[in-house]
Design a protein around this ligand. Structure first.
Ligand SMILES: CC(C)=CCC/C(C)=C/CC/C(C)=C/CC/C(C)=C/CC/C(C)=C/CC/C(C)=C/CC/C(C)=C/COP(=O)(O)OP(=O)(O)O
Ligand SMILES: O=P(O)(O)OC[C@@H](O)CO
Ligand SMILES: [Mg+2]
Length: 230
């Protein structure tokens, strides 16, 4: 199992309700993996509850860590965001330092995958939480991508537009400067059309909110990627 081969993932928010029927459709959709994560009201209880339900299906399950207190055992990978365009060091390396200080001796480092986030929607919760500097030129974003790949050697660069569909020209430019680092794109994918547009440039597309708004449209995004990938 290698996350670099994933083309489509669903991101389930532990703070949101999902019926068994909808969860079954998501997990049997043909998506490559389930990412569990959110930016607020994530608790150990709601993570454990959702993970237990997802575990019935045989597909890779990842926890995207947003608080130290909500880390639960049993995931295939733990994705650890570092927000490259936050000016508050807490979100770049501060919480990470605290977590490693506390648990460093017991960590299985092969399960931890750092993600270099570049948050591009000023209105999303994650941008507000992390004081992300979203007023960026294309050159700024390309520099963050290069910083992720060549300086920090991060395996993932994540263009995060959570809640809105992003600038695909910029996604194309970022893809053009990355060679080893894998490009995740997330934000506003709500149809086959938006899935295809984002997947034209990103290595992996992440589909979140539409799961809770229109389950049929969410499932369409998997089919769209499969068609495009051939
Ligand atoms: C039990 C045990 C041994 C535990 C060990 C703990 C462990 C695994 C430690 C790992 C080591 C480590 C380095 C941990 C880091 C800890 C940490 C808290 C890091 C900070 C992560 C961070 C920068 C979070 C900021 C928020 C963020 C970028 C979240 C990403 C997810 C996201 C944007 C979701 C979208 O949110 P949503 O709620 O859907 O929002 P919308 O309203 O926009 O839809
Ligand atoms: O919820 P949406 O807008 O689909 O975004 C997906 C993901 O990038 C959120 O972290
Ligand atoms: Mg969301």
């Amino acid at each position: 199992m290698d996350f670099k081969s994933w083309q489509h993932v669903f991101k389930l928010d532990p703070a949101k309700e999902i019926t068994d029927g909808h969860l079954e459709r998501i997990c049997k959709s043909g998506t490559d993996a389930i990412l569990i994560g959110g930016s607020d009201n994530v608790t150990l209880d709601n993570v454990l509850h959702l993970a237990e339900r997802v575990q019935r299906y045989q597909l890779p399950m990842v926890l995207e860590v947003s608080t130290i207190d909500s880390v639960a055992p049993g995931f295939d990978y733990y994705f650890i965001p570092t927000v490259l365009n936050s000016d508050n060091p807490l979100w770049v390396k501060g919480l990470h330092h605290q977590a490693i200080r506390e648990y460093g001796e017991f960590l299985d480092w092969d399960e931890l995958i750092p993600e270099g986030y570049c948050i591009l929607n000023a209105e999303c919760k994650a941008a507000k939480l992390t004081d992300a500097q979203t007023d960026l030129t294309a050159e700024d974003v390309l520099a963050y991508a290069r910083l992720a790949e060549h300086f920090f050697r991060l395996p993932i660069f994540y263009m995060e537009y959570s809640g809105i569909f992003g600038n695909m020209e910029l996604v194309e430019k970022v893809k053009g400067v990355l060679t080893k680092t894998h490009l995740f794109y997330g934000g506003g994918i709500d149809s086959a059309d938006t899935a295809k547009k984002a997947f034209a440039f990103a290595d992996t597309i992440v589909v979140g909110n539409i799961i809770y708004e229109n389950i049929d449209k969410a499932i369409e995004t998997v089919e769209a990627v499969a068609e495009t990938a051939g």
